[in-house]
Design a protein around this ligand. Structure first.
Ligand SMILES: [Fe+2]
Length: 266
């Protein structure tokens, strides 16, 4: 949720439909085809199952009502159309009401592999399949309620837990490490990086550690936390997360595994 963006959400018409251009639909198709190839053997089964339920169109960007008809039956969640960027207050309020914000714009070709702003491909392809899963839905709902009630300072800690789960989480499975984070699943570049690069480490998911780990949104991640199993998201949601936030505040952040933005070679 950065402050500036060159993207702008489309306004739906009176019947709630967004009129996407042929070019925008084409970007969706290319992204979808590329990711479907890459995700075999890399995405977790829970995600792939959700993808089947959603049955996303390949030749056009889906309308939000189509997504909602599946989500509501599966877990009671909904997607909600928002402007390109929303503030934390609005973000947490929506999640606390089982509404997942979706900005109705799609990335340009220049940012095909990774972009900082969450576009409709990221939200729908990256997150919505798992919003059909009870463990993920429960975790995200709990997170929204905690975040809505939290102070600005505590929200900064909570944001790290979200980052290392919902956005960039990996999970241990009998077949090996798999991806469930939407930030990875919607990024062709990061899908490969997260599982196959020597420039990142995998650590077991410990919520306290995740709360203390700094991150940057504009680089491929140098660290990923791996859930013991997918259902351990239930256990995390049922922990006293705000007590862990207090502990994280006391213990402070870990040293970053990346250079500060301004010192990076351009
Ligand atoms: Fe996201």
């Amino acid at each position: 949720m950065s402050k500036n963006t060159r993207y702008k959400s489309h306004q739906p018409d009176e019947s709630g439909l967004v009129n996407w251009s042929a070019q925008e639909n084409e970007i969706w198709t290319e992204l979808l085809q590329k990711q479907l190839r890459l995700l075999k053997g890399r995405a977790c089964d829970e995600y792939l199952h959700g993808l089947e339920l959603l049955n996303l169109p390949s030749e056009r960007i889906p309308q939000l009502a189509e997504i909602n008809s599946v989500l509501i039956k599966a877990t009671g969640w909904q997607v909600k159309q928002v402007a390109s960027l929303i503030n934390f207050d609005e973000f947490f309020r929506l999640l606390a009401n089982k509404q997942f914000p979706v900005a109705t714009f799609i990335r340009s070709n220049e940012e095909f592999d990774y972009l900082e702003e969450p576009d409709i491909f990221h939200e729908i392809f990256g997150h919505c399949p798992l919003l059909t899963n009870p463990a993920f839905a429960h975790f995200t709902h709990t997170y929204g309620k905690l975040g809505y009630a939290a102070s600005k300072e505590d929200r900064a800690f909570l944001a790290r837990l979200y980052w290392f789960t919902v956005e960039f989480g990996l999970v241990n499975t009998p077949d090996g490490t798999r991806i469930y984070g939407g930030g990875v699943l919607s990024s062709p570049g990061e899908t490969i990086h997260a599982l196959q690069s020597d420039d990142c480490v995998h650590m077991p998911m410990q919520p306290l550690d995740a709360l203390r780990t700094p991150y940057r949104i504009d680089i491929m991640q140098p660290i990923y936390y791996v859930l013991e199993s997918f259902d351990s998201l239930f256990d995390i949601a049922d922990m006293d997360i705000m007590a862990l936030v207090r502990q994280a505040k006391q213990q402070g952040l870990f040293a970053p595994r990346f250079l500060p933005k301004e010192k990076q070679a351009s």
